[in-house]
Every structure is written in structure tokens, then in C-alpha cells.
Design a protein around this ligand. Structure first.
Ligand SMILES: Nc1ncnc2c1ncn2[C@@H]1O[C@H](COP(=O)(O)OP(=O)(O)OP(=O)(O)O)[C@@H](O)[C@H]1O
Ligand SMILES: [Zn+2]
Length: 716
């Protein structure tokens, strides 16, 4: 008798589904989640649509152990996983693992989130929590703390005091209400909202680029698209580039829809993850706010995907499955028959070109909401008015800070560099302190009294003797990081209330939420931060922004250096003067005539993009052509060279241009030696088949690893 075979894809780095035998009396359909033996373990897997693999004889097949009660993986998600694996060339099981983890599959927790208890609040803060609770649907601690703008400790204290009790699963979930608190839109905004509503109402695939200046109300407008999606009983997904933003957005969405969105990001507790995953898989979660991995959730019926700050490089996942969440959001929307909305004040060249070519719809908003003016942006020429020796703030910026402080205004200093100093040098011999594992300098972090590699995490104490010349106490910090700027500000304005915001000092969304609350409440005078403070924040009292080093992003020879720099600095500038008071922005620069500085000061980013496009089009550089990178790495540099040369010898010859091999931007990273080959081709040519064929032909030593990065965005 022949066994009934079923193909099961496992969430591990295997490209294909494996065959298992279906025991008598057990029935499965594609998408169902099962447990199967793998070696000595029992692992979860998804019944896949792949044809049976007859190479394994029946008697060697292992049986499916159990079919889980968990809702099945929808067809659209399986198609998406196949598509992503095929495009990124990652093993299909590894892509599956982005959406399926063993610990998600247990039944959802019985008690989850909070409801009001019997006791009566005694403080204003506790009252505020209960008020926020009334507007939310059994939020977990983090969501409730964010909505009420208190610390999570308060929530726990309230539970101890009987003001809050854990919610039970069987208590019906409050629904989001599309009409809970709609804004009154301006005529411009109304036009944009109508267009988005119509595209969502059509319940078919479309992509819209929502381009609007900072503070124009893009968030309010895409909420109208979400409202439409909710009215049609379809699920909506909002992607954010950084989880630190999720607290402020949770509160905004909860206020708009009368109940909190369902969160999805790496900082959730395991219980919250499991509860949220099940809510999404059963369709009770109507609106999901998440990081890029939320694209791999088992939505039952996804009607809208919004990618906020679509130009952000943070949407590119750089390890494991290397994918761009903005591009994959478009694919997910297509497979789901959903509307995709890409929102930005500074769209990527990719999206602008797609909009211009008519592949995407295009909506633009040119004015800030409520009559707020765009900030005045000026360069501050560091050649003419340099900072004092060993300092980094030039006199005109110091004056502006002093005046703003005296007038009760809030200021922000932006420097996209964590730590105290990016380089530590021996004064006696010039020796630089490098990472032993990477081609990189060690960054001094005074907050942790250590030197840190930002690439591999290596830390060490500063040596007392120079390892090169044995001079004693000879090390000097070179250049500034945000900690050093904070020190300079403390010297200049000892009475000013300061806060440093950077990913290494604010590691959780809760910490970020507490900081944001303090800033909005104007308990802070000067905010000093990295790119963490650049995005999407709305600080009503912020009127002065100083960019400490506007030239920083322009070096490095990266294809997108200019574009990225313009986007980032425009975003930072856009934090200023968003409410009643006008904003001013000072860009400290040694190259005030650079096209990026000119575009920022004039506000004419469109012309800048046109100029960028003109530079890229002739050579088929993205977005006018296709690019892929092959990164060869090995423990020994000989092996890395051998592998890179083997690839070079068999390089495809056709319309595809192969550049390299060259040392990768970090010739050594985490102790591995790296070489890079770059493939470039006109838009009409798919690079994946070329690469597949090439890898079969090339004789690459087994000790070398090859990582494939389709559409690379970080490279030299
Ligand atoms: N029609 C409206 N009614 C009331 N408030 C509005 C309206 N439109 C915008 N706002 C408010 O103006 C501020 C800026 O709007 P929003 O954050 O949506 O802009 P944005 O375009 O997303 O900005 P950015 O690109 O800088 O993130 C917010 O506080 C928002 O609530
Ligand atoms: Zn390192």
C-alpha cells in the first residue's frame, strides 16, 4: 500500500518542503500547521503546496505527528513566502521562519491585557490611565502606558492597588470604530483623503505615493484609508521604520479609532506576541502597527498596507533574509488585493520615479496643517565661523540656542553618531584604536566607560598604555558623538534641562515613550540625539534645530549618499515649528554650496531628485537598472580571495556587468574576511536566474560563504 504523502515546509534554512506520511484518518489541507519529526526533535511546519518528492521511498517517510488547532496559513501568505524566497534567493524555510515561530503556536494566553478594577483612583495620573483604558481594547502594559503617557511601573502599581485586573480571553474584544474621532480636514487634505478612500474601497491592488511636506497631516489622511478598510471589515497594517515610534503612534491611532492597534515588533513580551499573533490569525486584530517583520503575519484578509516614512533605509533587513520591507509591502498588497500607501515627505527616488511613470498613483500635500509655516533653513558656514578648538558648536548656533532658551523655546541638536567620540588616537604615535574583528574604529562611550565596536559589539576598556608605542595616558578622543555634544551643552547652559536620545541609551519603546512624554510636556529644553530623533515626532514647542555636522552623510562614496543625506536632514528640519511658533534650522557645514545644502535651504527637493535621477539613469544605476551584491566571506582571507576569484573567473557575460571582486566596505566584519562582487543590469533583466546559474558553475571552496543581496542599499 502506498503512503499518502504531504509536503511540509519547516521554518529552518531548507529551501524545499519535505515529504511526510499522512497517518490513516488524518486529513490536512495546504496551509495547515502541523508538527513533524525532524531528526530527534518535533518541530512545527506548514503544509505546503509543493508536489511530492518521490525520491524518498515510502518506508523511509516519517509520519506527521499532529495537526494543530491553530488557524491555517492563508494562501496569500504562502504565495508571499514563495515570492520573497524566489526574489531574495533566501531558502524558503528561512522566509517562513519570519512568520512562524514554535513559541507562537501554543494556545493564546487566557489572561491578557488589563480591565478596570473595583478601586477608585486617588491621583490624576491614575485617573489618566483609567481614562486611556476606557478608550483601548484590553491593552497590554506597554500599550496602556504609552496611551496614558506614564511609565509601565505605574500600571503595575495600579494592578497591586486593585485599580486594574487582568482581562480574560473570553471577554469580547472592543472593536475599532472607523468614526470614533475623525479630524476636520482642510480642503487639500479632504481631496487627498477622498482619493485614498476610493482606492481602498475598490478592494483591489493599487499603490499610492502620499507625498506631503512635514506636518502636512499625512498620518491623519492615511487614517481615513484605514477607516475605510475597517468599514469593509478588512485588516489594515501600518509599518513603521523604527519601533521607538510605536508608542506615539499607538496613542494617535487609539485616539482616532477608539481602541488600540495590535502591536508587532521585537520588543513585545512573549505573551503579548503570542496573543497578538493569534488575534491576527483569527481576524480579531483589525489594525496592526508593526515593524517590517509584520509583513509575514497570517492576516486573514488584508485590505490596506501603509508604509510610513517609506524612504527609510531601516526598512531594509540586512541579515538573514535580506529584503526591503517597502518593496515587499507592495508585493504583499498585490497578492492580497490590498491598497498600498507609501507615505513620506522625502520619497525615495525609486518611488518618485514609479509615481512619475504612472506605475503608482501620486498624491501631494504642499502646506503644513493649521497654517504652520515651514521652518526657515540656513547653512552655518564653519569655515567662516568655526567652533572653539576642541568644541563642536559654532558661535552663531550657540547664540541661537541661548536666545531660544531665554525665550522659553525648546531646541534640538542633531548628530547622527552615537557615543562620545568616533575615534581614539594616541597623541604620541598616532595609533588608532581599532576593532580586532572588524575594519572599524572603536567608538568611545563614556556612559559605559568603554570602547565599543558598532558593527560586532566588541567592547573593551581604554588601555592605559598605547599598544603601539607604550606611551602612558596618551589617548585623545577625536571628533564628536552625541555624548560629547551633551557635555558641551552642559558646559554652555548648565541650567538647561537636557536629554540624549540614541538607540544605545534608549533601548526599549517604553524608555522612548517616557522621553517623548517629557519632551512634549516641555520638561526638556534641549534634545540631543541621533537619527532616532529625526523621524515623525511631533513636538509642538520645538522651534530651533541645530544640525551639528550636516556634511557627515555625504562621504563614503555611496550611490545614495546625497539622496539619503537630503532626506535625513529634511526630516530633522521638519521637527521644527510644527505648531503655533515658527521654526528655525541651522545646518553646520564646511560645504554650504553642496547641492544637498542648497536643496535643503531652498526646500526644492524635487529639483534635487531630478538632478540625482539624471546622474543615475545613463549607467543603469537604480532605480533605472537592477543591482545585486554577492558578498563572499570566510574565516581566512586566502579562502575569501580564492572564492571571490573563482566567482570572477566564471562571471556571466551578457547584458550583466560584474564589478569586483573588491574588499567589501568592511573588509573584515565580525572576524570574517569579506569580498564583494556587484552585478548591474538594465531594468528588464532579472538577476536571480543569472546568479543561480553562476553559482552552479563557479567552483567556490566549501569554507567560504556567499550572501546574496538583491537591490543592495548599503555598499561602496
Ligand atoms: N485636519 C487636521 N485636524 C487637526 N489636526 C491635524 C489635522 N491635520 C494634521 N493635524 C495635526 O498636525 C500635526 C501634523 O500632522 P501629521 O503628523 O499627520 O503630519 P505628517 O505629514 O505625518 O508629518 P511628518 O511627515 O513630519 O511625520 C499633528 O499633530 C496632527 O494631529
Ligand atoms: Zn567589530
Amino acid at each position: 500500500m502506498t503512503a499518502t504523502r504531504v509536503a511540509v515546509l519547516l521554518p529552518y534554512p531548507f529551501d524545499r518542503a519535505f515529504d511526510y506520511a499522512l497517518p490513516d484518518g488524518m486529513n490536512v489541507a495546504p496551509g495547515q500547521i502541523v508538527t513533524v519529526p525532524l531528526g530527534k526533535r518535533m518541530v512545527p511546519g506548514v503544509v505546503w503546496d509543493a508536489p511530492a518528492d518521490s525520491s524518498v521511498p515510502d518506508h523511509r517517510l516519517k509520519p506527521v505527528a499532529a495537526v494543530l488547532e491553530t488557524p491555517a496559513f492563508p494562501d496569500t501568505l504562502r504565495q508571499f513566502i514563495d515570492w520573497v524566497a524566489n526574489y531574495t534567493m533566501a531558502p524558503r524555510g528561512e522566509v517562513l521562519a519570519l512568520g512562524l515561530k514554535a513559541n507562537l503556536l501554543d494556545p493564546p494566553p487566557d489572561r491578557y491585557g488589563w480591565v478596570a478594577g473595583a478601586a477608585t483612583p486617588t491621583t490624576k495620573r491614575r485617573e489618566a490611565v483609567l481614562a486611556a483604558l476606557a478608550a483601548l481594547d484590553r491593552p497590554d502594559t506597554a500599550a496602556l502606558a504609552a496611551a496614558a503617557a506614564v511609565s509601565p511601573g505605574i500600571i503595575r502599581a495600579m494592578a497591586d492597588a486593585g485599580l486594574l485586573r487582568p482581562a480574560r480571553r473570553d471577554q469580547g474584544a472592543a472593536k475599532l470604530d472607523p468614526d470614533a474621532a475623525p479630524p476636520i480636514l482642510s480642503p487639500d487634505q479632504t481631496g487627498a483623503a477622498d482619493a485614498l478612500r476610493t482606492s481602498i474601497a475598490a478592494a483591489t491592488f493599487s499603490v499610492t505615493l502620499l507625498e506631503g511636506v512635514t506636518g502636512s497631516g499625512k498620518t491623519e489622511i492615511y487614517c481615513e484609508a484605514i477607516a475605510q478598510c475597517l468599514r469593509q471589515n478588512r485588516q489594515a497594517l501600518v509599518l513603521l521604520p523604527e519601533i521607538a515610534l510605536s508608542a506615539q503612534f499607538t496613542a494617535r491611532l487609539a485616539a482616532r479609532f477608539g481602541a488600540a492597534p495590535t502591536l508587532w515588533h521585537s520588543a513585545l513580551s512573549p505573551t503579548a506576541r503570542r496573543a497578538n499573533w493569534h488575534a491576527i490569525a483569527t481576524g480579531t486584530a483589525q489594525l496592526v502597527l508593526g515593524a517590517r517583520s509584520a509583513l509575514f503575519l497570517p492576516f486573514t484578509d488584508l485590505g490596506a498596507i501603509i508604509v510610513d516614512e517609506e524612504h527609510e533605509a531601516a526598512y531594509k533587513q540586512e541579515d538573514g533574509v535580506i529584503y526591503h520591507a517597502r518593496d515587499m509591502a507592495v508585493v504583499r498588497a498585490r497578492l492580497s488585493g490590498a491598497g498600498c500607501i507609501l507615505a513620506s515627505a522625502t520619497p525615495s527616488l525609486e518611488s518618485s520615479i514609479n509615481a512619475e511613470a504612472g506605475r503608482y498613483r501620486h498624491i501631494t500635500l504642499t502646506a503644513r496643517h493649521g497654517g504652520a509655516a515651514m521652518p526657515r533653513i540656513e547653512t552655518l558656514d564653519l569655515r567662516a565661523t568655526p567652533p572653539e578648538r576642541g568644541k563642536f558648536l559654532a558661535p552663531p548656533l550657540i547664540e541661537a540656542l541661548a536666545a531660544n532658551l531665554a525665550g522659553g523655546g525648546q531646541s534640538m541638536l542633531f548628530l547622527n553618531r552615537r557615543g562620545y567620540a568616533p575615534l581614539t588616537l594616541c597623541r604620541a604615535c598616532g595609533h588608532r584604536l581599532n576593532c580586532p574583528n572588524c575594519t572599524a574604529w572603536l567608538v568611545e562611550h563614556r556612559a559605559h566607560t568603554s570602547l565599543l565596536c558598532h558593527h560586532c559589539g566588541h567592547t573593551e576598556r581604554q588601555p592605559t598604555l598605547c599598544p603601539s608605542c607604550s606611551a602612558e595616558h596618551s589617548f585623545v578622543p577625536i571628533g564628536p558623538g552625541v555624548e560629547r555634544i551633551a557635555e558641551e551643552v552642559a558646559d554652555l547652559f548648565p541650567a538647561a534641562r537636557r536629554i540624549v536620545m540614541a538607540s544605545d541609551v534608549m533601548t526599549t519603546p517604553d524608555q522612548a515613550a517616557a522621553a517623548i512624554r517629557a519632551i512634549v510636556a516641555h520638561e526638556i529644553d534641549i534634545i540631543i540625539g541621533t537619527q532616532m530623533i529625526a523621524k515623525a515626532w511631533h513636538f509642538p514647542d520645538l522651534t530651533l534645530v541645530g544640525v551639528v555636522d550636516a556634511d557627515l552623510g555625504l562621504g563614503g562614496g555611496d550611490l545614495r549618499a546625497g539622496e539619503r543625506s537630503a532626506q535625513l536632514l529634511h526630516q530633522v528640519a521638519g521637527r521644527a515649528g510644527r505648531a503655533a511658533l515658527p521654526g528655525r534650522v541651522l545646518l553646520q557645514s564646511y560645504t554650504p554650496d553642496h547641492p544637498v545644502m542648497r536643496a535643503l535651504c531652498s526646500g526644492d527637493l524635487a529639483s534635487f531628485r531630478t538632478a540625482e535621477a539624471a546622474l543615475r539613469e545613463p549607467g543603469h544605476w537604480p532605480p533605472f537598472g537592477r543591482l545585486a551584491a554577492l558578498i563572499v566571506s570566510a574565516d581566512l582571507h586566502d579562502v575569501a580571495d580564492q572564492a571571490a576569484n573563482a566567482l570572477a573567473r566564471t562571471a556571466p557575460r551578457s547584458d550583466v556587468i560584474v564589478l569586483g571582486p573588491a574588499p567589501a566596505p568592511f573588509a573584515m566584519l565580525r572576524g570574517r574576511h569579506r569580498r564583494r562582487l556587484l552585478l548591474r543590469a538594465p531594468r528588464g533583466i532579472a538577476l536571480q536566474p543569472v546568479i543561480r546559474d553562476w553559482l552552479v558553475r563557479a567552483d567556490v571552496p566549501g569554507a567560504a560563504r556567499i550572501d546574496i543581496d538583491i537591490d543592495p542599499i548599503s555598499f561602496l
